[in-house]
Design a protein around this ligand. Sequence first.
Ligand code: 13P
Length: 251
Amino acid sequence: MKKLIVGNWKMNGNLTANQDLLVALAGNQNVASGACDAAVCAPVSYLFQLKNVLETTRWTWGAQDVSAHDAGAYTGEVSAGMLKDFNVRYVLVGHSERRQYHGESDSLVAAKAQRALAAGITPIVCVGETLAERERGETMDVVKRQLAAVIHAVGHCATELVVAYEPVWAIGTGQTASPPQAQAVHAVLRAQLVAACGEHGMSSRILYGGSMTAANAAALLAENDIDGGLIGGASLKPTDFSSILFAASAA
Ligand code: 13P
């Protein structure tokens, strides 16, 4: 299946720097030719800018979080309907930085995924184990538990999810899961999606994230069940990001 590369800017950027980066992305030939699918997930304050620059291209864009509530007295929250005003295609839910620093539970992540789907936005459900969990041999149990909560909440809509496996120990550390290590987890997630959605689970995209770079993207993307990448640091560097887009187009 065609690979999907998603940049996650995290809490980085400003109007001027974003503009240069977005103009570079808009000119990317691999995306323009349709050889791979691509998206950028930016802070909500810049969604209008993404829409302005990218709406005439094949790029899609997204947010990094969404409220589990529809509307009301939830100061600081942004609803799925509000994101939809900026034509977002994707929203990250359950990123490990949200789980870790904001105490997001599996059930809250599931509620967020539900809200996104109800608004016509595809949730990118992030799962992944910490180093301690890996060392205790709990990797598969952790990712299965995290994904099961979402599948249980969204029911037949599970076919519409994108899943991202991001081992916490690989995020921003320069330490990547080896391709076979990542593939082993992706195969387990694939089996879980197939169990929930039948053959449709075969066409759900499972992205890998965690120190994916221009140097290691091709090897990771060559694995059977690695359908794309969720890229942090390298998505802020136009040359590195375009090398990853090239690798995804050739894979
Ligand atoms: P890095 O690519 O910087 O490791 O970040 C990965 C990530 O968390 C993407 O969501």
